[in-house]
Design a protein. Structure first.
Length: 445
């Protein structure tokens, strides 16, 4: 619990503004409950274990505005279009500074019954479908920024896949941040995704910053995997150097469901990803892989909690980071196996490759096991390239610089190899090669 001075400081910084949906009584009620929860939490400090390495004072120094003006030039349009992929040419929803951009959105190929629309529209037209999920467990929320998101969100998406519906094509959700001035900007996107019984979804969530101005993006994702459903999720963050990105995702898994996630982070001042998995049915599976490629003074904080609440569930985590200059990463993961969750199988692995002496990585995989018939393993490594492996590649005819690139790219590729969208996979591998070449050329040994 923070003191009153800290609370008022935070409140002043982020504006106790008018709620976004005053005209919708049921939404207004949710936002009021969320604001109450936010005020009771206050904002975190470095004394809080989950924020030990994230100093949020850098966020508080700006006076943020929720509206951001810009002029969409032809040059900017061309830059935006390079993030479009042929596989999702007719299943793409694009937002510019938090507002839907109809000219860059195409939803022609969605199967019958699939709902994919801005959250502001869904609240008005899909109340019966969205009402059970909006504000779910808000009084139990422990992340102050997530409570703030629920209180002040203005936009996001609602995605509903009906029972037994298979979405073969990838659905692409794009959020672009851009401006023509230096005004600090804040946004609270809220995304609600419901995959009904027996349905399958392939979703790409991409956040891109196209300027260097101060930005705070505070995202909340709520993903419901109903009985025997399947979700493939790819989260991509390519931000400008002045950006801060906070994302909290709650994933609920029912009997026989599965969630496969891959995260890719590049650039930005600081990013904090928090995933909460709730295994609420038997025979479920969740997997989360993450790759961070950071240089300069960029920071990446990855926090994962898996609640194994039912038997015969499995979970896997693989997080890798490549850190250069003064970059910093944190991996903080807890797997909680409850007493009734017998036959659970869980694995955690975090590996960090330091390209410079000033880079830092912090790793803390944790297990809390209250059942006696389980398979649980965790591991972590932090270090630089192995000289023996470099020597082996050089003995096969590679020069030292090329050998370092091969080793570093191979280290990262394990995370990206599971991506099932060819055009997007090639694009990320190309971006990875360019970034690694830049890093390794700067840090030649």
């Amino acid at each position: 619990m923070t003191d009153i001075k800290q609370k008022s400081q935070f409140k002043e910084c982020f504006n106790d503004k008018k709620l976004s949906f005053e005209s919708l009584d049921w939404v207004k009620s949710v936002q009021e409950r969320a604001w109450t929860q936010f005020q009771s939490l206050g904002f975190p400090t470095q004394k809080d274990e989950g924020w030990k390495y994230f100093n949020i004072e850098s966020l508080l120094k700006n006076s943020y505005e929720s509206e951001r003006n810009f002029e969409l030039t032809s040059e900017m349009t061309t830059r935006i279009q390079r993030y479009f992929y042929e596989e999702s040419a007719a299943s793409r929803l694009t937002f510019l500074n938090g507002k839907k951009e109809s000219g860059m959105t195409s939803l022609k190929d969605l199967p019958a019954g699939v709902e994919f629309l801005p959250l502001s529209e869904a609240l008005k037209t899909k109340e019966s479908k969205i009402k059970p999920y909006l504000g779910l467990n808000i009084e139990k929320e422990e992340n102050a920024f997530s409570a703030l998101n629920a209180a002040q969100f203005e936009e996001g998406i609602f995605l509903y896949v009906p029972r037994d519906t298979v979405v073969d094509i990838p659905i692409h959700l794009l959020f672009f941040n851009l401006s023509s001035d230096s005004t600090p900007w804040i946004a609270h996107p809220r995304n609600i995704i419901v995959v009904d019984e027996g349905a399958k979804l392939n979703l790409v969530y991409e956040q891109v910053g196209l300027d260097v101005n101060s930005t705070l993006i505070n995202v909340f994702n709520q993903i419901h995997c109903e009985k025997n459903s399947s979700v493939h999720y790819l989260g991509i963050q390519r931000e400008s150097l002045g950006s801060y990105h906070l994302m909290n995702s709650h994933v609920y898994l029912q009997e026989g469901s599965s969630f496969e996630g891959v995260l890719f982070a590049q650039g930005g001042s600081a990013r904090r990803d928090e995933f909460q998995f709730y295994i609420e049915g038997e025979n479920t599976h969740c997997s989360l892989k993450g790759l961070g490629v950071l240089a300069g003074e960029s920071k990446l904080f990855s926090h994962v909690t898996v609640h194994h609440q039912k038997p015969h569930g499995s979970s896997k985590q693989l997080f890798k980071n490549i850190l250069a200059d003064k970059a910093q990463s944190e991996f903080n993961s807890l797997v909680h196996v409850y007493p009734q969750a017998q036959k659970s199988d869980t694995h955690q692995l975090n590996r960090n490759l330091l390209v410079s002496d000033k880079a830092r990585a912090y790793s803390r995989p944790q297990l809390k096991i209250e059942a006696d018939d389980v398979q649980c393993a965790h591991g972590s490594s932090i270090g630089q390239m192995e000289e023996d492996e470099l020597f082996y590649l050089q003995s096969r005819g590679l020069n030292k610089q090329l050998a370092r690139f091969v080793m570093t790219f191979g280290f990262a590729e394990e995370v990206l190899e599971g991506i099932q969208i060819p055009t997007l996979k090639r694009d990320l591998e190309c971006a990875l090669r360019i970034e690694l070449e830049t890093i390794l050329n700067k840090h030649q040994v």
